[in-house]
Design a protein around this ligand. Structure first.
Ligand code: ADP
Ligand code: ZN
Length: 712
């Protein structure tokens, strides 16, 4: 095991630039790669599932790892990301030409492709052809909950994946998903015919996501809040989830009208419109996508800094998956849920029309309880996923703003008696207007101004009443009749409280402006207060953007925000320091160190130019991490003869003392023999059998050995 652990960790460092595995990752990798046993992996979005099958793919000497994924639109992105890290990957799907697909499928046999992404439909076509002779190291089934009718995202294409086990009984299968309750989990193993699979359940805690719920925010406050978020992260992006297409379009219109770069995404758009929206989001051309739930499945965009739910999601699973798209790089990200009673009515309709009504009603109810809670929200979420947390999180609105309690007995009496006097014939807005003695025309027409409690709550603002009545709903004193235009009714429990005049505690209202979770800074304020570290971060982002444009890839493919933050923290001023930064793998070190290190040196006021000897350093670094000479030439985009020259001079300056990777013992001995016997015609005699670069290296080695002897 330690040997394996060392090997796996070296690959993690080399290809991804990470130093340690996250919890479970190593166990999962060992199960697939060493035990070759099936497993089911349950981890939240952003938990690091991909590495669980990618490292086994790299560990395997032979064979390709096949990744089955329904997310065709994202395959390209994944392949680009892998390739950028120097991992040979490809995809086969309906978005590429048949010619491209055919070339890739043929290459599989050469062993050049280590990881292949394929849609389930396409896999089922190809798999019969493969079964006899294609060496497969591992099958990874991503988004595996799609196989189950119990899951929320059933895909018919998935149900026939049991063929994998039938045709490749000895190849391990790894099923991965971010959302699966017990039923779905069992269904996954059963449908895939996994044999005695090991189950891994990762922690669902994502401490870097702040959680916040704003109850009944009203239209202006919604928009203002979203604008604040966009302004707070001007060079990053966010998602606004809406319940309907119409709402998504409306939100997009409003944000665009305010001058923000916004776009819309929903199932009503054509495939090409959706692709354009998704691409411009991934590439950072837009700051915000107003989307229905159809957006974002599997998106690995690491710099999503915020997610707003403009409407309440149908269940906690969807909510958790959607907020989980923010902050996947592990840096701080904000999530906000706008909760209004109006949404409940709409969601109730969905539930009523759904296949599994009782189940979905219960799920909706749990979501509602979450939104209305006055306990630490993370504790509620984690307990939903059967994980216990023994402390408050300190990063949700409830924790940051612990409710102070007041004696709400009188308020409850006023509100409940008003409801009773109007026979439960009004919703929350009308009720508040009655309590505050408003002169609304429809109020007067209905004669509500004649009841005894009319104006009895004048001393409180609308917002205060709104908060307190919401709490009465949470406490179960008042019920909302969703089937009667959301009119408020007093529950039997409410009646008993009212008649017994029992004391009721309510959480004190805190005006929005005073809440500690706080007001966001505007762009101007941000600019004024930019400290040196922030300025450096901005200039590194500039460097990244320029490279991304040049290479036509999304910025996060170059480096994630988290990696840039690490650069800011460690301020590497040469290639060796740069190579050690967390999140900077080998391939990217060589490709990108110069522009980033240059920016950092400028920031630190180092004027001394980056010397030319540095290209040798790169070569040394690559040699030490196991690259052979052709690979170094390819990575650096230089001729092999130049690499030989570097190596020879590294040997001459005693910086390279282990030659096993550059020359074989036989080669060395032949050069030495010939050099002794025929020193004048050395090169003519040996080339092209032994390249002249190797001859130079052999001579340099011999010099080095002589020098060492002389010094002894
Ligand atoms: P998932 O597929 O579970 O949603 P990903 O595999 O996309 O999550 O991982 C989310 C992010 O976390 C990626 O940016 C990935 O590079 C990063 N990550 C994964 N494993 C590690 C690790 N061991 N150390 C640091 N970052 C990691
Ligand atoms: Zn909390």
């Amino acid at each position: 095991m330690p040997d394996f652990q060392q090997k796996a960790t070296a690959l993690l460092r080399r290809f991804y630039g990470y130093n340690t595995f996250r919890p479970l990752q190593l166990d999962i990798i060992a199960t697939a790669a060493c035990e070759r046993r099936d497993c089911v992996v349950l981890m939240p979005t952003g938990g690091g599932k991909s590495i669980c099958y990618q490292i086994p793919a790299l560990l395997a000497d032979r064979g390709v790892t096949i990744v089955v994924s329904p997310l065709i639109a994202l395959m390209k992105d994944q392949v680009t990301a892998l390739t950028a890290n120097g991992i040979p990957a490809a995809a086969v799907n309906s978005m590429q030409s048949e010619e491209e697909n055919r070339v890739i499928l043929e290459q599989l046999y050469s062993g050049r492709v280590k990881i292949l992404y394929i849609s389930p439909e396409r896999l089922l076509i190809e798999i019969d052809r493969w079964s006899s002779d294609l060496p497969v190291a591992l099958f990874a089934i991503d988004e595996a909950h799609c196989i189950s009718h119990w899951g929320h995202d059933f895909r018919p294409g998935y149900t026939q994946l049991s063929r994998i086990k039938a045709l490749f009984p000895s190849v391990p299968v790894m099923a991965l998903t971010a959302t699966a309750d017990r039923l779905t989990r069992e269904d996954i193993s059963h449908q895939l015919r996994l044999s005695d699979p090991r189950l891994f359940i990762g922690s669902f805690d994502r401490p870097n996501l702040s959680l916040r719920v704003i109850t009944d925010p009203g239209k202006t406050r919604r928009i203002n809040h979203i604008c604040t978020l966009i302004d707070r992260y001007p060079s990053d992006s966010g998602i606004v989830y809406c319940l309907s297409r119409k709402m998504a379009e409306e939100m997009d219109r409003q944000l665009s009208a305010k001058g923000y770069r916004s776009t819309v995404y929903h199932a009503g758009l054509s495939v090409s419109e959706r692709n354009i929206a998704q691409d411009s989001f991934i590439n950072g051309d837009v700051q915000v996508v107003c989307a229905t739930v159809a957006f974002g499945m599997g998106i690995d965009k690491s710099n999503i800094r915020w997610v707003v739910h403009n409407n309440m999601p149908r269940n906690i699973e969807s909510y958790y998956q959607e907020i989980g798209r923010a902050g996947r790089d592990g840096s701080k990200a904000e999530t906000v849920l706008f909760y209004s009673y109006g949404d409940i009515a709409m969601l109730q309709n969905f539930v009523d029309e759904s296949g599994q009504k009782a189940l979905n009603a219960e799920k909706l109810n749990r979501m509602k309880e979450y939104a209305e809670a006055s306990l630490c929200r993370r504790r509620i979420l984690l307990s939903y996923f059967n994980e216990t947390m023994d402390h408050d999180c300190g990063n949700c609105d409830v924790c940051l703003n612990p409710p102070e309690h007041i004696d709400g007995t009188i308020l409850v009496q006023k509100a409940l008696s008003a409801i009773i006097r109007i026979n439960g014939s009004a919703g929350i807005h009308m009720l508040i207007d009655i309590l505050r003695g408003a002169g609304r025309q429809d109020l007067i027409q209905k004669g509500y101004h004649l009841i005894k409690t009319y104006g009895a709550g004048r001393d409180l603002s609308f917002a205060e009443w709104n908060t307190y009545i919401s709490q009465m709903i949470q406490l179960g004193l008042i019920d909302i009749a969703y089937n009667e235009s959301n009119h408020l009714k007093v529950t039997p429990y409410g009646s008993s409280i009212l008649s017994s005049r029992s004391p009721v505690r309510l959480a004190r209202f805190v005006p929005f402006e005073k809440r500690k979770t706080g007001r966001a800074k505007t762009v101007e304020e941000n600019a004024r207060t930019l400290n040196p570290a922030e300025r450096l971060l901005e200039s590194l982002k500039d460097v990244r953007l320029k490279l991304a444009r040049k290479e036509q890839v999304p910025p996060y493919i170059i480096f994630t925000d988290k990696a840039l933050l690490e650069m800011v923290r460690t301020e590497p001023v040469n290639i060796e320091e740069f190579a050690r930064v967390e999140g900077v793998g080998e391939r990217k070190t060589v490709r990108y160190w110069k522009p980033f290190v240059t920016a950092i040196r400028r920031h630190k006021g180092i004027t001394e130019p980056l010397g030319s000897g540095l290209s040798h350093e790169e070569t040394l670094l690559l040699l030490n991490s196991g690259y052979d000479i052709p690979a170094i030439a390819a990575a650096k985009n230089i001729k092999t003869s130049t690499v030989y020259n570097h190596i020879a001079s590294l040997i001459s300056s005693d910086r390279l003392t282990d030659f096993s990777a550059v020359i074989t013992r036989d080669q060395y001995l032949r050069v030495m023999q010939t050099a002794t016997a025929h020193p004048e015609t050395l090169y003519e005699r040996l080339t092209p059998e032994i390249p002249d670069g190797i001859i130079r290296i052999a001579l340099a080695i011999s010099d080095q050995l002589l020098r060492k002897k002389a010094n002894e």
